[in-house]
Each structure stands twice: as structure tokens, then as C-alpha cells.
Ligand binder design. Structure first.
Ligand SMILES: [Cu+2]
Length: 159
């Protein structure tokens, strides 16, 4: 085993070790990196309420797997069909009422995955510009701290 999961702050140090001690027992010089795969991406359908021109909001859900050596973070999402997009988590407040709040990022651990699903972490789509109908496909762009931008097609489904 020569590839190890390393915290991001240690990557530079480990590269330095490779440079200073060339040929120290490793046939695979690839630096540690995240290796992300996104699956099960979907968006909750949203109809236009009577008397309005567009639905109020919706949410997107997906699973991000990290087959790499180091963590990555989902730090933002772009979606042209909404005026505002935020990463949210659901929680139950002190009065026992289900609520939600923004989070700055979603951690995707090496060898693990992050699940954004109803009742938990989700991508909040606020101020939709039009309806989201079951069976439609929509483009979202995920922004990761290390990996950068990843385009994902999400299917519209009923909750
Ligand atoms: Cu939300």
C-alpha cells in the first residue's frame, strides 16, 4: 500500500517527500486526489400554483461517491431554472418542528459518500422560473472545492 488517504493540508508535504526521497518504495507516483462519481440525481417536481406565474421552490437530491484518497467538498450548485440555489440541511427545532437551514459545504470523505436526500441534506432551488414536470431532465453544475465543476443531468420526479 503506497497510496494513503491524506488530509488536504498534508498533500504538499507528501509531494515534497516524494521529491526529496525519489524511489522510496512506490511504483505509483500519482498524487492523492479525490475521485468523484455522482449518481441518483433528481429534482422534486413543482407545479405552478393558481394565480402565480411560477412555482415557489423545489429541491435537488443526489449521492456523491468519492473513490479517491482525499476528501472533497461540495461548495455550491448552479441551476439556471432557479433565481437562488443554496445547500441546506433539514433538522427538527426545539419546538419539534421540521425546519431547514443553509450549510456552507457538504463533505465527501475519501472511500465514502455524501447523500443528499429528502429529510436531510439537499440542494434548495428558490424562485423557480417555471414548472418542473415529472420526466423532464435538467442540467445542474456542482462546484467542488478540489475537483472543480461537475455537470450533472437530474431527472424530475415526484417526492
Ligand atoms: Cu431547504
Amino acid at each position: 500500500m503506497c497510496r494513503q488517504a491524506l488530509p488536504l493540508r498534508l498533500i504538499r508535504q507528501s509531494l515534497l517527500v516524494f521529491l526529496v526521497m525519489p524511489g522510496v518504495g512506490c511504483d505509483d507516483p500519482a498524487p492523492p486526489a479525490p475521485d468523484l462519481a455522482v449518481r441518483d440525481a433528481w429534482v422534486r417536481s413543482a407545479a405552478v400554483p393558481e394565480g402565480m406565474t411560477a412555482p415557489v421552490n423545489s429541491a435537488a437530491y443526489l449521492t456523491i461517491e468519492n473513490r479517491g484518497d482525499v476528501p472533497d467538498r461540495l461548495v455550491g450548485v448552479s441551476f439556471d431554472g432557479a433565481k437562488r440555489v443554496e445547500l441546506h440541511e433539514s433538522f427538527v427545532n426545539e419546538q419539534g418542528i421540521a425546519s431547514m437551514r443553509p450549510v456552507d459545504f457538504v463533505e465527501v470523505p475519501p472511500g465514502g459518500e455524501a447523500r443528499l436526500e429528502p429529510g436531510g441534506l439537499h440542494v434548495m432551488l428558490m424562485g423557480l422560473v417555471g414548472p418542473l414536470s415529472v420526466g423532464d431532465s435538467v442540467l445542474t453544475v456542482l462546484q467542488f472545492e478540489v475537483t472543480g465543476r461537475v455537470s450533472v443531468i437530474a431527472v424530475v420526479r415526484q417526492l
